[in-house]
Design a protein around this ligand. Structure first.
Ligand code: PHE
Length: 449
């Protein structure tokens, strides 16, 4: 069994931040945030989003980091150690299940980005190929397999030499690519129009839905409620300041999301493409834009490499949840845990990939206020996790930390066992006790309507 002293930690504070930012920066930052910002009121949405990050995202991150770091254990073990002899460890189990289900489609998505990176590097990037590609039986499977293989190779290296080292290379590279693309964007004819679309505050576009979108996005974008922050928190050193770490991650995550908008909108406006969101924006609209843009070959390749990095680091963090669980709760070697998780991810990934083509007639249903709604397996897992399981996991976590655990738990966690200032304990506890559960309950119910 792994004892406390031999358990891995991130070697440096920056490495821990890089890994957590790697998890937080994902497809949500690039294909969802810019679009909802443009649609829901520009700077007005941005302001609401920042408030949502402050009152919900950061407190939840601090809570999850604290649960992980206090126990230095995997997600199930950490909840168990926080509240021994109770049923709270089932919340950890729920986080584990969320991560395990997300793996099924996130590796497929990362596979798609790998394919587009490869194609754009070889100079053959074209719009109009997406539907043919994803509904093909074998091609996407190959790329899914490759994405799992890359994650597994990194995860086999362990926490410091695998996750941390990879994050320390991939995140700065992502930042450089993003900055080059931003500079290029500033030279496009549609720059002003694109930036105005993102940043001019349009208060008339703000509706109740805007608030719901902001809260939901803040929550998803910071990788809350999927066991990931507990797992990564468990690798934070005992002198790492949890509050500062959470704030750094949130700031960087938001910065990447905003800059992604600065890259995407001017490009779409310059080439007369309608802006949208999701895979359509990423794999249809943008290839068409890069095809027409002067220098589109290297720029397109850089863009797809950027989202590949964003996707792979999110996948790696998701994998670490079951891997650390298997290692510590089932007492098996890391190598075996990586192998089991990869085989499992491949099996579910194959099913999710085929759900886009050959198996698209196989439908699963979820209850909503208007009765059952049917989805293919891919969309089913996405909706099941983000609309149902994650809000439940987050509410229970905030209740455990805010109400069940003694005040000392959070006090110790944020002050590193009273060696540092904990001036924000009181507002933090108020947010975790009242604001977080109420806001999450509101989006949970609104999502069902
Ligand atoms: N935070 C990621 C994003 O914004 C979401 C995510 C991370 C989802 C890790 C799954 C696993 O896209």
């Amino acid at each position: 069994m792994t004892t406390q002293s031999e358990r891995a930690t991130f070697a440096t504070r920056l490495g821990g931040i890089a890994a957590a930012v790697g998890s937080a920066v994902g497809f949500g930052n690039i294909w969802r945030f810019p679009y909802i910002t443009g649609r829901d009121g520009g700077a007005a949405f941005l302001l609401i989003y920042v408030v949502a990050v402050l009152v919900l995202g950061i407190p939840m991150m601090i809570a999850e980091f604290s649960i992980g770091r206090s126990a230095h254990r995997n997600v199930v073990g950490a909840y168990r150690m926080a509240a021994p002899g109770t049923k709270w460890h089932w919340v950890g189990m729920l986080g584990l299940v969320v991560a395990v289900l997300i793996l099924g489609f996130y590796t497929v998505l990362s596979g798609w980005t790998l394919r587009y990176t490869f194609v754009s590097l070889s100079g053959n990037l074209h719009g109009g190929e997406f539907l043919g590609f994803v509904s093909d039986t074998y091609q996407p499977l190959f790329w899914t397999l490759l994405s799992i293989f890359i994650c597994a190779a990194i995860l086999l290296g362990g926490v410091q030499k695998g996750i941390e080292r990879a994050s320390n290379v991939m995140m700065p590279l992502l930042a450089v690519l993003l900055l080059v693309l931003v500079v290029n964007s500033a030279m496009l004819d549609g720059f002003e129009e694109g930036v105005a679309f993102l940043f001019v505050p349009k208060w008339e576009d703000v509706t109740v839905q805007t608030f719901l979108d902001a809260i939901g996005q803040a929550f998803f974008s910071l990788s809350v409620a999927m066991g990931i922050l507990v797992a990564y928190g468990s690798y934070l050193g005992d002198t790492t300041k949890i509050g500062k770490t959470a704030i750094s991650v949130a700031v960087l995550d938001t910065l990447v999301a905003v800059l992604a908008g600065v890259v995407i909108f001017p490009a779409c406006f310059t080439y007369g493409q309608e802006v949208g969101q999701g895979p359509g924006l990423m794999f249809e609209t943008l290839p068409t834009v890069f095809e027409q843009m002067p220098g589109g070959w290297p720029l397109g390749a850089m863009f797809f490499l950027l989202i590949t990095l964003a996707g792979l680091t999110s996948c790696i963090s998701t994998f670490e949840v079951p891997i650390s669980y298997l290692q510590e709760e089932w007492h098996i070697s890391r190598r075996r845990a990586v192998l089991i998780s990869s085989c499992y991810a491949l099996a579910l990934g194959i099913c999710c990939s085929l759900a886009m083509g050959e198996w698209s007639d196989f439908k699963l249903s979820l209850p909503t206020a208007h009765g059952l709604e049917s989805y293919n397996l891919f969309d089913f897992l996405d909706n099941l996790t983000s609309r149902y399981m994650m809000p439940i996991c987050a509410i229970l976590t905030s209740l455990m930390v805010g109400w069940y655990l003694k005040r000392d738990f959070m006090h110790d966690a944020i002050t590193n066992w009273r060696t540092d200032s904990g001036w924000y304990l009181r507002p933090l506890l108020i947010l975790l006790r009242f604001v977080a559960p109420a806001l999450i309950l509101i989006i949970f119910v609104a999502n069902l309507l």
